[in-house]
Design a protein around this ligand. Structure first.
Ligand code: FES
Length: 64
């Protein structure tokens, strides 16, 4: 699904960026160009970013 229409960025591309180390909206802006034009995608992109980061972060405490 397209998240940023201006730059043609999909939710998959955002998840890939997270796998490559993106942690903040600024990282997505630099690597994918998200929010560089109209900015309408910012809220939705943040949601996808947060979800991707949660999936990247282990839910179990260390040692369990
Ligand atoms: S939809 Fe992302 S900058 Fe316009």
């Amino acid at each position: 699904m397209y998240i940023c229409v201006c730059k043609g960025v999909t939710d998959h591309a955002i998840r890939e960026a997270v796998l490559q180390g993106a942690e903040r909206m600024r990282d997505l802006k630099v690597s994918l160009g998200i929010t560089e034009q109209c900015g309408i995608c910012a809220c939705h992109a943040k949601n996808v970013l947060d979800q991707a980061l949660m999936q990247e972060t282990p839910t179990h405490p260390p040692g369990t």
